[in-house]
Design a protein around this ligand. Structure first.
Ligand code: GMT
Length: 374
């Protein structure tokens, strides 16, 4: 098949899933065309069957806001016509689903029938999309997509709750290429981060408010009072300065290693003992799955799709949003003896296997085939 993929090319989970999906489909012989405003971060080297089409928005002085969505639709039309694409798969509803609908209508005028699939990722539904300023467009675009997928059962139910959507939504969870995880390298070894044999806690996110990174620091502060532990922070974003302020207040900065944005966190995860994700809302929690694929158990909240990924008491623990006491208690339980830690590590990896790319990829291929049949 010839498939166009539209996504955010940044460090966010939706862009990572879209890029890894495209690369995996290309490996199976499909021809993949990424249509985005910059090269997706995980598309860092030449991959056979993968092509990239940049969406360039010129800066015209009349506009206070450049009409990105229109340029994206025009680019989709152009790529579909010239590359003879069979379908479009857009990731994150805003504004990709409505831009795809517009492209579909334009192509119809030239006698081209182009189906498009929308994958809902999380904040496009639970935070941004349900805002009144987007809601009517999102509802329309979801209802007029040829197929819609959500990355968890929880996100599917949220879509029905927040939008006037009656159509079927397929749940296709985030996936992982297990071969790429769990390999410590010379550049990233335990001793660098834990010179005195401390335990290592890891948090990976885009440091947005919804990730509650302050809770990460509060839990860490409680854990290190009981067990010698250091914290590795991967990522960057709007909460960074608040975090730096809080670590000074808590007097924990010396034991926190801030790595900033890391293109592929697999190496860092491979040296971790415990991953922490105390999000306010999380439709799936791809970073938690990446941790589990690295044999790292997870302390998370029980919000959204997280309990579908992190099984309470098995692969880690889940707590109510903001309950730092409980998260710290659970973290101490896992870290306090080696046998318990090894059991959680083993079970976390076993759970990650349920989301292997080998089992999830065919779900997308079947959906594409179904949509093309009409
Ligand atoms: O979590 C983020 O801030 C990034 C966001 C995105 O849209 O890129 O991630 C969302 O999509 C991921 C991939 O499907 C999910 O694993 C994340 O749970 C989801 N984030 C939220 O729901 C907050």
């Amino acid at each position: 098949m010839k498939i166009g993929i539209v996504c955010y090319p940044t460090f966010g989970g939706s862009g990572v899933v879209a890029t890894e999906l495209g690369k995996a489909l290309a490996k199976k012989g499909h021809e993949i065309h990424f249509i985005t405003y910059s090269q997706p971060v995980r598309l860092d080297s030449y991959t056979e069957n993968v092509f990239y089409h940049e969406v360039v928005v010129s800066d015209y002085p009349l506009f206070d806001y450049q009409p990105y969505e229109l340029v994206l639709s025009s680019r989709m039309v152009d790529v579909v016509k010239n590359e003879k694409l069979d379908l479009l798969h857009v990731h994150y509803a805003i504004p990709h689903a409505s831009a795809a609908y517009m492209a579909q209508q334009i192509l119809k005028d030239s006698g081209i029938q182009l189906p498009f699939i929308t994958t809902l990722h999380g904040t496009d539904i639970t935070l941004v999309g349900r805002d009144a300023s987007f809601e009517p467009v999102i509802t329309f675009a979801i209802n007029h997509s040829n197929a819609v997928t959500a990355v968890s059962e929880s996100l599917k139910q949220d879509t029905y709750k927040y939008f006037n959507v009656k159509r079927d939504i397929d749940v296709i969870p985030n996936f992982i290429n297990l071969d790429e995880y769990g390999q410590a390298t010379r550049d990233c070894n335990r001793h660098t981060f834990a010179p005195n044999g401390e335990k290592l806690m890891v948090h990976v996110s885009n440091f947005r408010k919804v990730k509650r990174v302050e809770d990460v620091l509060r839990v860490f502060d409680k854990v290190r009072k009981k067990i010698p532990t250091r914290l590795i922070l991967v990522g960057d974003g709007p909460e960074r300065s608040n975090i730096e302020k809080l670590c000074r207040e808590l007097n924990t900065c010396d034991d926190i290693i801030s790595l900033g944005k890391v293109q592929n966190p697999a190496q860092v995860l491979s040296v971790g003992d415990l991953f922490i994700l105390p999000s306010e809302t999380e439709s799936f929690g791809l970073s938690a799955l990446e941790a589990m694929a690295s044999r790292v158990p997870v302390i998370s909240t029980n919000t959204g799709g997280l309990p579908e990924v992190n099984i309470n008491g098995v692969t880690g623990f889940t707590s109510n949003v903001g309950d730092v006491e409980d998260m710290a208690k659970n973290a101490i339980t896992i870290l306090s003896d080696e046998a318990t830690l090894q059991k959680f590590k083993h079970d976390a990896y076993e759970q990650a296997k349920n989301f292997s790319i080998e089992s999830i990829l065919p779900m997308y291929e079947e959906l594409y085939a179904k949509v093309l049949k009409g």
